[in-house]
Design a protein around this ligand. Structure first.
Ligand code: MTE
Length: 313
């Protein structure tokens, strides 16, 4: 059932692009025709957009235009390749993402090691249009392909001791030269509480704009948690582990006073060095207000109802 906020009696075209409206990849072309007929903001799609992109909608459920493919794939955070956002795309172009396996284990009844191809076969890929809000106060709107993380977790059957999920990126300093830097504890690691991980909005993504992920976007498989700052959305995952204790992420280890475990998008809690009240949407002039939980409050606020989010930043 789609839940609709009272403040949001939605025009049909936006209703159709709601993130909970799952578009099977095969249905993309059909829904695209429908949306065009409704006259959505086609200005989001640049003239030089690659021809093989599948664009099922041009806006998210709030009516915000998609960020052009060129920006999504040329302005990236992936410290294993570079700390320069503009350099990641070229430096990562030869990253070897096949063969690729993802090991899922820890406190589970049925540990599994999936080949990437098995993941594509086993879990039906859906489209989700999500806003990605980076802790550095810029944001994008991205049409992802992927599937709920919950589907994979249910398969391995977490035991009653499992309270958190820990994710790890490939460790391979030859291919990922940033991993030679002593500033960080490699490999990149992230974590979610198990109930957060089971929320339907959290996905494992394998593609965007109808194409498989490019290396700079976290190929072949990455996490996307749209209500949290972008650093939680770990790229190029090789290991998922169910654990009893709260995992320490790369950013928590590097600067615990700046990066907490929860990292929910929160305009009320500033980063120690800058405000989080507003953001720059890539491709737009000016700034816009940042929304609590990045605009996904209705779907996720229940997860934190007894928590002080200023303490648990
Ligand atoms: N995952 C790994 N392995 N390494 C990284 O440096 N950067 C994070 C996150 N995932 C990062 C990562 C940060 S800070 C952000 S904002 C997002 O990826 C950026 O995702 P994008 O480049 O697809 O926009």
């Amino acid at each position: 059932m789609i839940k609709i906020r009272s403040s949001e009696i939605t025009p049909e075209h936006i209703y159709l692009s709601r993130r909970k409206f799952m578009v099977g990849i095969g249905a993309l072309a059909a829904s695209s025709a429908l949306l065009a007929a409704c006259g959505t903001q086609s200005s989001a799609v640049k003239e030089d957009t690659p021809k093989d992109l599948k664009i099922s909608a041009t806006a998210d459920e709030l009516g915000d235009a998609l960020t052009p493919f060129e920006s999504v794939t040329n302005y990236n955070n992936f410290y294993e390749f570079s700390t320069s956002k503009e350099a990641v795309a070229s430096l990562s172009k030869d990253f070897k993402t096949s063969p690729w396996t993802v090991e899922v284990g820890g406190l589970v009844n049925k540990p599994m090691t999936y080949g990437f191809e098995d993941i594509l076969k086993k879990f039906t890929q859906q489209e989700r249009i999500y806003r990605l809000r980076c802790v550095e106060a810029w944001s994008m709107v991205i049409p992802w392909q992927g599937f709920p993380l919950a589907e994979l977790l249910k398969e391995v059957e977490p035991t009653s001791q499992a309270k958190y999920v820990r994710f790890e990126t490939l460790y391979d300093p030859e291919q990922l030269p940033g991993q030679n830097s002593a500033w960080y504890t490699w490999p990149y690691a992230e974590g979610l509480r198990l109930d957060e991980a089971m929320n339907d909005l959290a996905i494992l993504s394998t593609g965007l704009y109808g194409k498989e992920l490019l290396p700079q976007s976290g190929a072949p498989i990455r996490l996307v948690v749209p209500w949290k700052y972008g650093f939680k959305s770990i790229k190029s995952i090789v290991k998922i582990e169910l654990v009893a204790e709260q995992p320490t992420s790369l950013w928590m280890a590097a600067a615990p006073n700046e990066y907490g475990f929860y990292a929910n998008v929160n305009p009320m809690v500033d980063h120690p060095r800058w405000s989080q009240a507003s953001e720059r949407r890539i491709g737009e002039f000016g700034r816009r207000d940042t929304l609590p939980f990045n605009g996904y409050e209705e779907e996720v606020a229940y997860l934190y109802k007894d928590m002080d989010l200023k303490v648990n930043y």
